[in-house]
Design a protein around this ligand. Sequence first.
Ligand code: CAA
Length: 718
Amino acid sequence: MVDYSVNGSVAVLMVNNPPVNALGHAVRVGLKTGIERGAKDSRVRSIIIIGKGQTFPAGADIREFGKPSKEPWLTAVGNLIKTCSKPVVAAIHGTCLGGGLEIALFSHYRIAVSSARVGFPEVTLGLLPGAGGSQRLSRLTGLPVAMEMISSGRHVPARKAKEYGIIDEIVSGDLLKTALKFAQEVQSRPFKDRCLRYKVVPNADRVEEYASAALTQVKKKYKGFEAPVACVQAVRSSAELSYEEGMKRERDLFLQLGQSGQAKAQQYAFFAERAVTKWQMPGGSYKTAKPLPVRSTAVIGAGTMGSGIAVCLLSAGLPVYLLEQNEKFLQSGVKLIESIMAGSVKLGKVSMETAKRAATLLKPTLSYDDIKDVDLVIEAVFENLDIKKEVFSKLDKICKPSAILCTNTSTIDINRISSATSRPEKVVGTHFFAPAYHMKLLENIYGTKTSPEAVATVMKLGKTINKVPVLVKSCHGFLANRMNAPFSSEAIFLVEEGASPQEVDQVNEDFGMPMGPFKVRDLSGIDISWRINREVAKVLGTSITKETRFLGGNRYCGLNDDFYDKGRYGRKTGKGWYLYEKVGGKTAVADPEAEEIINSYRQSRGIVKRKITPQEIFERQFYSAINEGFRILEEGICNMPEEIDISWIYGFSYPKYRGGPMFYASQIGLQRVYDRICHYHETCPYSIHWVPNRLLKKLAENNVPFTQWANHVSKSKM
Ligand code: CAA
């Protein structure tokens, strides 16, 4: 795992543990042995540590976390490097992260190619640097930079790292050759003072001021996460305590975090995010299907979603034809794109060059003829089957045979849309989440006839435009909205029965959701849900009136309609479930008028208000969604619980530190979840979503561990 060789007077320790040269046990042993050998080797006067393949070590081996740790520990390896009688040079390329950066900071010199990135991303795994990184980085960079870098986990580009003092030299050309030359040059220099532990933390007397600013920031930015706060505290101790005491403080905080549920959940989410890239569908998988090249695109519909999708494509450097039915809609879409781009530049999310290039790549048009040669089209018109079919029938006639035809539908079965074309194998769903330029989930959907090639193309496109693509099989509502349906219906039922919108929102926000369901409704527009409900009724061959209490055999609550009737559409009208400071305002406050609407709704239907506990609010929303999640698994809409969890994290901003609803259910215990679902099935009749799922029952009864759920899914499908 670590190859030892000698080139002239320099020993080279080449870490060889693909794909990311993680510092697993064998690598740590290899580094320890290599340093000891180099120190003894009479031919050797300096030592290089370098990574083979694509990167310098990108950190500890996360797969070893939670297992009994085996010596030598990273700190012991680092101490050997630090106290080595010969200078050690870290030669960095790729990503030098976590334990990798610890090794580099233990070394006496650090050189890097300009494309390299360094960082301490432990915080994203619910941890902090555990081998002294929080004590040594601040001695190099000063407290504010160390606090920010460690609490954000940001990957810092080499040039910036040089400015911060982390990298000594940026080098070009062949890294090993340059490192050999550098290692020879430093042989004649004294290097003991290069050891970071003897350096003084700059401006240590201002630690209180820096720490309080950093804490205010991280508590706001990473609300609910434990690790960022601990990261700031660890760095703070580098200025307040001696090096030894600081190391001990870091260790204590590391152990505390390591035992927390948050770290476990965040590490699960790390691997879940990678697991969902390994998609499978009947007839193909990520291994067998080849994506088609996408060099040009078109977006049909320049509304909020279409414009947001165009921004995603343009930001990734893809040319986009934006097609609308009239000049007025087209121009408003172009203006929206420009304003999103300007806002992103202002926030530092997009560079000025990217925004300028995007402007040249955008081609507004009113003519279908213009898009006949594009490689991929995304339709983003109104969520109505007839309109979508009309668009697809036109696309089928005009687009070149190889073009991939995507629909940004949030609920409609892909098969019903693709039936309007003569090439259903090219039709695939690409469901973006609002706001499309911000939310990271891309729910890709295959229909019965969609080809694996079309799926491979949109899975790759998702990565290209910096989304997290998750593949699901087509059905009404797919994965995310199918689970969201009971979740948000229950929120309204709870208010119908006696809870206030504020109480429901508070329970959700206390759990870690960034916004409660009523604030979300006000944001997305009460008029939108009003219209969607009418579409659903139309599909069911019925209509909604004041008397409607059931829709499609399911309980229906007309409260949303009463708010709609009063013109309270949410933020856009300055009032909805809440009152806002102005039209388009963001500050939600409770509104007596809204309470009156709710009270008179209850009275008119003879509902006696009852007190509802936070526990009931939580369980009715989240457990009904989990029950639906198991149904989705059982029906093979997705293949593994990871796909559900990642969809919630990136589609609904579910708190990553809880892993996702399915992971959360596994932590609560499936038997308990199942029992509560049975309880609500009895106490909340008339909601199909409370029928306890058979797969859930089976897994609960057999006490099947989370990692085995997916195996039972495929068995239950057979
Ligand atoms: N440990 C184990 N496996 C790892 C790993 C790690 N640190 N980093 C990546 N991998 C695995 C991934 O799971 C993936 O495996 P599969 O192919 O089986 O799915 C494979 O390596 C490639 O990873 P990516 O798909 O993420 O590759 P990428 O090129 O897109 O990104 C990367 C590379 C930027 C290094 C990214 O993998 C990453 O961010 N890794 C995690 C880095 C990290 O968090 N390091 C700190 C670890 S904690 C630590 O170091 C603390 C300590 O010392 C005590």
